[in-house]
Design a binder for this molecule. Structure first.
Ligand code: ACO
Ligand code: OAA
Length: 383
């Protein structure tokens, strides 16, 4: 008699936590040293000495551009910033009740559906689509924020860098240097973070040989959720619940106790990979503090510090990048609902770098599941 097989239940890695699924040469997230490298460069150094355009180039081409390469790259990006009538028309048809992330997702989908190069998956075509989306996202995001205030579209300006132009198109006035610089830092920090949920979504879609626009559209959907990019918006909702004005630290602690008693997740805290703090937070916190000073809002900093300290005491959980980014964007004047679309405008660089990396060394992403439903049964014979 054959020896009876003892079924060993396979180990399930819920949420793929701790499971390496592929190599990447784009960025290295190191929770032990609390560091983040883009193509080998520490993100803090990039934030201090480069522009977001240089970082986009680095992520896509693997090296920082020299002066000539940067000038050509900037010229191309600036030439593509306009928005076709068709995209504006479709945005206009969307109800104002639509979340801005749904608007961005739809606009990217429309651009993909209208681009004759969509099926071309050559490296050159994908680079072209990537810079096209990078250039157009500020127009899409600002157009949507402005239409909610019944304001006209502001045409992009070819004499401004990415971040200055983004602010110009959103607010219709030229921002001062400290604001442009803090915004540019946020774009650099949000640009790339290895196999996070939205990037992995983009890679899964690419692995089926679907086009770049489809992968980006799916990634936008994944980023919308509050456990991922949607947390920067959710941080501001929490700040609104706590309320502005003096005494923020005490109110934040009391709010936190009530929220934890209700078993709520505190948005902007915790991270799947970093368990001792997010490598990007100190740099973004500096940028946020510069905005607190610039806009003279010490009460917001008091609330920020109060909630951070209370969370450390109660749960020992540290903030992630969304925590300082939310209040920084609020101070700059962005609507709270626009915060996650700002994340899209930056992460388009990382997503598309990963789409191209996946396409260059593809294997269909298709994990296994372990069935735990009812045993096999049979449809009763009728009659
Ligand atoms: C740019 C980004 O996308 S960064 C992430 C942005 N997302 C957020 O800020 C949402 C809030 N944070 C969270 O929900 C989580 O920390 C995540 C989703 C980011 C990471 O989750 P995981 O790695 O799965 O951690 P996990 O959920 O296992 O947390 C471990 C424990 O800490 C708790 N915890 C983690 N984060 C939080 C939080 N923000 N608030 C309250 N409790 C938390 C969990 O409830 C869990 O407790 P338990 O062991 O008693 O069940
Ligand atoms: O890495 C993650 O899981 C989430 C994150 O911080 C990011 O995408 O920037």
């Amino acid at each position: 008699m054959a020896e009876q097989e003892i079924a060993v239940p396979p180990e399930i890695y819920k949420g793929l936590a701790g499971v390496p699924v592929d190599y990447t040469a784009i960025s290295k997230v190191n929770p032990e040293s609390n560091s983040l490298l883009y193509r080998g460069y520490p993100v803090q150094e990039l934030a201090a000495s480069t522009t977001f355009e240089e970082v986009a180039y680095l992520l896509w081409y693997g090296e920082l551009p020299d002066d000539t390469q940067l000038a050509e790259f900037e010229e191309r990006e600036r030439s593509l910033r306009g928005l076709d009538h068709e995209v504006k028309r479709i945005i206009d048809e969307l109800p104002l009740t639509a979340h801005p992330m749904d608007v961005v997702r739809t606009a990217v989908s429309v651009i993909g559906a209208s681009d004759p190069a969509t099926p071309d998956d050559s490296v050159d075509a994908n680079l072209d689509k990537s810079i096209r989306l990078l250039a157009k996202l500020p127009s899409i995001v600002s157009y949507d924020q402005r239409r909610r205030h019944e304001l006209e579209f502001v045409e992009p300006r070819g004499d401004l860098g990415f971040s200055a132009n983004f602010l110009w198109q959103t607010f219709g006035e030229l921002p001062e240097l400290p604001v442009v610089s803090a915004f540019d830092v946020s774009m650099i920090l949000y640009a790339e973070h290895s196999f996070n949920a939205s990037t992995f979504t983009a890679r899964v879609i690419t692995s089926t040989l679907a086009d770049l626009y489809s992968a980006v559209t799916g990634a936008i959907g994944a980023l919308k959720g509050p456990l991922h990019g949607g947390a920067n918006e959710a941080v501001m909702h929490a700040f609104d619940e706590i309320g502005a004005g003096p005494g923020g630290a005490e109110r934040a602690a009391a709010w936190l106790d009530a929220a934890l008693a209700e078993k709520r997740k505190i948005m902007g805290f915790g991270h799947r990979v970093y368990k001792n703090g997010d490598s990007r937070v100190p740099t973004m916190r500096d940028a946020m503090e510069r905005m607190v000073e610039y806009y003279d809002r010490p009460d917001l900093l008091e609330l920020y510090v109060g909630l951070e300290q209370a969370m450390a005491e109660r749960k020992g959980i540290r903030p992630n990048l969304d925590y300082p980014a939310g209040p920084a964007y609020h101070l700059m004047g962005f609507d709270t609902l626009t915060f996650t679309p700002l994340f899209v405008a930056s992460r388009i660089t990382g997503w598309t770098a990963h789409i191209m990396e996946q396409a260059a060394s593809n294997a269909l992403i298709r994990p296994l599941s372990v069935y735990n439903g009812v045993d096999e049964r049979h449809v009763p014979v009728k009659g």
